[in-house]
Design a binder for this molecule. Structure first.
Ligand SMILES: Cc1ncc(COP(=O)(O)O)c(C=O)c1O
Length: 482
């Protein structure tokens, strides 16, 4: 894709869309934001959007839809079975993902549940480049375990490695030999590895994984939720694909997998999810479970209107001017914060900008959840809602011990085509201020900890009166400003 250069020489990510529907936002006073934090147990998932100014929690289900997606929703063919909307989606999956058979499900984790139900049993081991919370929870729920096989550079915060999401091929072979191929139902590769900062893998790496999978006769499952962005970064960063196009890269990746699944909340800026494959025996194994857990196989628990939006959204994933918007805003934010000394995950990845809470809150021990504390502090001083991606998002081990995360990250998601550049500059400004006042941030402790996926509904409290002190400093510096 052609870069648009500015006469001024500034590096500005220019929006190639116009805004035609808007939603009003509120920026409530800091006193109210403090109350909201106590009400929501210092967990940004539990905030109400009436208290949130910029919602950077996630890109899941929050990407802006296009005019064509909204228009398509009006032609939904409501039918329990055999809906024409399903066939339009099936065609989109064939064209965009290059897979013949499709099973829709209500969202990404529903696919993870069904795949785990079909293939994982007690004693199974699933190697993956890195876990995603729900993928791991469904595998462990069925008695299996996961093993993460990234190269060491994936954990280097300030890096220029283009493919930190690559799977460690040597370790993969070692793990298979040690554990036995018969106990490994599938290898899982996640595009744009979410929890290490939205970092991609290369097509070459996926080819190498495929070669090992073939050698040992193991299925390769590809989590395509963030495949569009991974493909975009392949176009930018992998020599072989420079000057190629989105469809070629996407097909190069999906053709290597036996089974693909996705959260449509992400890949197609709609709702829903799906599983697709060229292999008839796989579709038979999964098909049996869909009516039990999701709904009939032509709607899979999704509204027919969303199925129409999903089909159009999938085609739009191939449009570089659309897919580049979020990664280029993220790069802008990462580069500008990095220039001010704020420790950021580099290179900039996709889905969001990731702040290294381990460094920002070096004075907070991991036992007091530095990334959760940073997320709460940023909300307090700005109304910006980010997401903790650190130890709170980890699950306890089988004995109930804490497992501390490899990285303590505050994720500031940049959903597609939602924010303006002045809003991104506000994020930069408030994050800079918080970094300069980072010593005022204190720790958190759990007061309510659910047994599964505790980060969603868990409740915490500050370990001291640090929020009040941080608020006082904000008021001293900003006066009456919101
Ligand atoms: C990489 C990845 N896989 C799976 C999922 C689960 O998808 P869903 O939220 O639609 O259940 C997500 C959601 O964020 C994700 O990022």
């Amino acid at each position: 894709m052609q870069e648009i250069k500015f006469y001024s020489g500034e590096n500005i990510p220019l929006e190639l869309h116009k805004v035609r529907i808007v939603q009003k936002l509120n920026l409530v006073p800091i006193e109210r934001r403090l109350e909201a934090l106590y009400e929501g147990g210092f967990n940004t998932f539990r905030l109400s959007t009436k208290d949130v100014f910029l919602d950077m929690l996630t890109d899941s289900g929050t990407n802006a839809m296009s005019d064509n997606q909204l228009a398509a929703m009006m032609q939904g063919d409501d039918a329990y079975a055999g809906s024409q909307s399903f066939y339009r989606l099936e065609k989109a999956v064939q064209d965009v993902l290059g897979k013949k058979y499709l099973l829709p499900v209500h969202q990404g984790r529903a696919a993870e549940n069904i795949i785990a139900l079909a293939y994982v049993k007690k004693g199974s081991l699933v190697p993956m480049n890195y876990h995603f919370t729900t993928a791991m929870a469904h595998i462990t729920d069925k008695g299996g375990q996961i093993v993460e096989l990234l190269y060491p550079e994936a954990y280097v915060i300030n890096s220029d490695h283009p493919f930190k999401g690559n799977m460690n091929i040597e370790k993969l072979e070692e793990v298979i030999k040690r554990h036995g191929a018969a106990n490994i139902p599938f290898i899982r590769m996640e595009a744009s590895t979410n929890l290490i900062g939205g970092q991609p893998f290369s097509v070459q790496n996926l080819r190498d994984v495929r070669a090992i999978a073939d050698k040992f006769g193991i299925r390769l499952v590809l989590d395509c939720s963030l495949l569009g962005e991974n493909a975009y970064l392949v176009l930018k960063r992998e020599e072989e694909f420079k000057g190629s196009d989105m469809k070629t890269v996407i097909h190069a990746m999906t053709s290597l997998a036996d089974l693909c699944y996705f959260s449509a909340r992400k890949i197609s800026s709609s709702r829903g999810g799906g599983m697709c494959t060229d292999r008839p025996e796989i579709i038979k194994e999964l098909e049996a479970l869909v009516p039990l857990y999701e709904g009939f196989t032509t709607y899979g628990g999704i509204s027919i209107r969303e199925i129409e939006a999903m089909a159009v959204g999938l085609y739009e994933t191939l449009d570089e001017t659309m897919i580049c918007q979020s990664p280029s805003f993220i790069k802008y934010l990462v580069d500008s914060l990095d220039a001010k000394g704020v420790p950021m995950i580099k290179p900039a990845g996709v889905l969001g900008a990731h702040v290294d809470a381990m460094q920002v809150c070096a004075h907070i021990p991991q036992t007091e959840y530095p990334a959760g504390a940073l997320a709460a502090a940023l909300f307090l001083i700005s109304g910006i809602r980010g997401m903790e991606r650190g130890s709170i998002s980890n699950q306890r081990d089988e004995e109930g011990n804490e497992t501390y995360a490899d990285m303590e990250l505050l994720r500031l998601a940049v959903p597609r085509r939602v924010f303006t550049l002045s809003q991104i500059k506000y994020v930069e400004d408030r994050m800079n201020w918080l970094y300069d006042n980072r010593e005022l941030i204190g720790g958190l402790r759990f007061v309510y900890e659910p047994p599964v996926l505790r980060f969603f509904m868990g409740g915490l409290e500050p370990t001291s009166d640090w929020p009040q002190k941080l608020m006082a400093k904000f008021k001293a510096d900003f006066g009456e400003s919101l």
